[in-house]
Ligand binder design. Sequence first.
Ligand SMILES: Cc1cc2nc3c(=O)[nH]c(=O)nc-3n(C[C@H](O)[C@H](O)[C@H](O)COP(=O)(O)O)c2cc1C
Length: 326
Amino acid sequence: MAEALAHAPSVHNTRPWRLAGDGRVFELRVDARRRLTATDPDDRELRISCGAALLNVSLALAVGGRRSLVGLLPDPTSPGLVATLRPAEHMAPTPEETALHAAIPLRRSHRLPFADRPVSGSHRMLLRRAAETEGVWLHAVHEPAERRRLRALLTTAHRRQWADPGFRAEWERWTGRPDGEPYGVRADAGGAPPQHNDVWMVRDFTHGTPPADGAPAAGHDPEPLLLVIGTSTDLPTAHLRAGMALQRVLLTATALGLATSVISAPTEVRETRAALARMYGPGVHAQVLVRVGHAARPEPGPDAGTPDRPWRGPALARTGPDADRP
Ligand SMILES: Cc1cc2nc3c(=O)[nH]c(=O)nc-3n(C[C@H](O)[C@H](O)[C@H](O)COP(=O)(O)O)c2cc1C
């Protein structure tokens, strides 16, 4: 379970959680020392990160042969208590749970350009189904005009954040970390410094560190599959659900042999998040964007990679109307 937690994605790799348990009940609590008060003043992304961790823990219980009863924010008098998991009846894991659990240590944020190869229709369908399993909305952005608007929002958000001393201070503190540190984003996890032609990768996690000898330059990123993950309310429980959905989508992609990275600047900046609300309507609260594609080269870092035998998804997906259509 500790292993599953250690591999969960989190904003700036802050890992803002603590897990304690006595075998009858596990409690996931916020570690307030790792809040990002400038980047994430409302703790929305902290809760998304905790939701991702929660999914990993429940998958670890599932492959151990136990269902779990999950309670989200179960005690209003204890706001730091994010969730409880109570191991329930014994049951063999499903093939999907086994595949997603196996993907936990293989998943990595892939910030390098993708190969020029589209994500197939059947894979797109499985990614949407993954989000919907958690009751969360997932939208694939195909329309050129919509992609242009999102690109413009990303650029605006990036500029606003870069002009904000509070954001910059947290950026300095949590990114560009040396190898071997458990928290924060390592300099080499950024792939290569963003280039002027990078459309979706504007954050420079490398702190200007030149790529190691033989490592690729950023180069041109062909149009990736771009997903918007959203919820019908903006309540704290919705943020946890969004995190569970985000992680289910990322693990599903990894199990299918796809690579992913999260894009959150447009949902972090108040002004651009409000623009997203106007784009998608009052019933959708955009929580995070995800970039998906086929890795052109492996992401640096231990254990990163794709499964030996990528999961093919449940049979129903392969017989669906647009199965195998790119
Ligand atoms: C809520 C949230 C927001 C994130 N925002 C970004 C982002 O804007 N850009 C990015 O490259 N990675 C982003 N990430 C990915 C984290 O940086 C990453 O999960 C963390 O550094 C751990 O690395 P790993 O995903 O390779 O395990 C985000 C992750 C979460 C959960």
